[in-house]
Design a protein around this ligand. Sequence first.
Ligand code: PLP
Length: 391
Amino acid sequence: MRTLEVYARHVANTYNKIPLILTKGKGMYVFDEKGRRYIDFVGGIAVCSLGHCPTSVVKVLRKQLGKLMHASNLYYTHEQANLARLLAQICPNGIEKFFFCNSGAEANEGALKLAIKHTKRSKIIVMEGSFHGRTALTVGATWKIEYRKPYEAIIPKVFEFVPFGDLQAVERAMNDQVAAVLTEPIQGEGGVRVPPDDFLPGLRKLCDERNVLLVLDEIQTGMCRTGKWFACEHWRVSPDVMTMAKALGSGFPIGALGARAEVMDSFMPGDHASTFGGNPLACVAAIETIKTMKKLKLPERVTKTGDYFMKRLLELAESYKQIVEVRGKGLMIGMEVVSKEIAQKIQLDMLKKGFLINVTAEKVLRFVPPLIVEKSHIDKLVDALDQLLGG
Ligand code: PLP
């Protein structure tokens, strides 16, 4: 049986897939079963930030594999301690204690449980256009009604949605039941939406005044993606609780939830747990990812490459009326086109030309390439888009 037939028969049908079987990846490139090479502007959706199979991370993983693959959280490991210490150095001010898990949704799930435990309140203010995951709690905090509807019976009635970027709406939703405000600093799945500059500072102020926790989901925006280690730094805002995953392990699954020590200390033994959380393999992958990002001076590099990419896409937007808007920060860029059909056509035509690109929020081409992308790759992509749109 061929792979696609096996999928049809034996794999849950939960994803709209592109008809492409990937067999190998190196740096900016992935290869299909016929050996055809693609320039990857998806990067596993903002995961492979150091490129595919980065040499430094592969090396430490190989070494760790022969040393200790798993240790239960009943015991201590050097790897988990070293990762926590390193994260405390790169995280926004005050975020210094961590809980480790395996995915983004799990990190957000833990963040919400922590906020509820710490404040002894349960209402959570969340944003229209948000995406926070697919567990029952995190899908409840996710905007798209199609994702929530089938599970309404088991989704807690604790979430109130307000328009993203609207401080007055957040203020109106505040009451003495509110435990936390949860938001992405820049919305990813929602279509790469950057809030007005007063939004995060305003949220910080409102949360301080009301003694409410500010929880930032940096799962997609974190780890240098926007030209800072974490996107909230663009607005000089530090959250009380922050979540990360995606690029943290360069593709090795790991998630983490960080908090101010006083907040994290509300979790006591037994309050939360994960068998694989903080697994030594995941920890060495994350440690090496951070070290390599530091060595490459990735925030500065992303700012430069991101500015160039943005400039080239804005030039393209001037020439074609199919492009509605180009927006984003660093190497998290969205190009909104006039319709879903055009977005899908561009995605498939670009595949034929040897490029992986992603579409989100129906008609937004989302570019979240490995952060090691070079001007030459960007030029090739923009030239191919130019040909397509002009053709
Ligand atoms: N939060 C944000 C902002 C995300 O972009 C995602 C995934 O796309 C998640 C949470 C969920 O992460 P995961 O798929 O690892 O559960």
